[in-house]
Write a protein that binds this ligand. Sequence first.
Ligand code: HEC
Length: 212
Amino acid sequence: MKKNILFVCLSAFYIFVLSSCKHDSTPPVIDESAIKDTVYFYDEVLPIIQSNCAISDCHTNGEEDPDLSNYSNILKLVKPGDPQNSSLYKYAIGSEMPPAPKTPLNLEQVTSIYGWIKQGALANIEPCNSSDSSFNNAVFPIIKRNCLGCHNTGSTNGALTNFDEISAKANTILSRITTQSGSIMPPSPANPLSDCKKTQITNWINKGKHND
Ligand code: HEC
């Protein structure tokens, strides 16, 4: 009798452990309708990769790890039109990239990578309107794409996840993206923000940092 109870307990334990492992490896469900009409490589995909993966000691030496700092190398990890069979997408939904303590890519970022590959993995650049300086259209997307990899919730570098955190740090942000003081953000090997994006952030601050 005692043996039976032990057996039942062990079985329950194994089923629990196995099912929880299975749960962890479930791939995210991509909502195709959430993919933007055009996902831009230089403005959206490259910053996600650079701020999460291509940090100085992991993907830039070109020796063991793939160098994820430019288009032609990233294209080697991609089958244009076929995200499911692209190793870049498999990294993005896998559990080991980016390595801890970084947070895994969120569904929005995974959807961007998926959509970009599906749309043919082009080296495209988003048109930027320097006279648009609204927080929600211009500033927040820049921060989300280029900064959150290292400035997410709980980051010791200072979190920049919402309007309050960003507006409280606005002047420091401006001096770091224009290198008036301190080292440049985002740090090398990530590309600096374009002049148009710097202008959008500068104008948002000069116009009074509204949540518009
Ligand atoms: C690859 C990681 C990484 C990315 C991407 C990155 N940062 Fe940073 N950031 C850091 C680190 C590490 C520090 C702390 C060391 C330092 O101050 O240089 C920092 C510090 C800062 C600080 C100073 C914080 C303070 O409280 O004084 C600001 C402001 C900042 N970053 C803004 C940005 C902005 C804006 C972006 C995007 C355009 C960005 N960072 C992208 C790693 C990153």
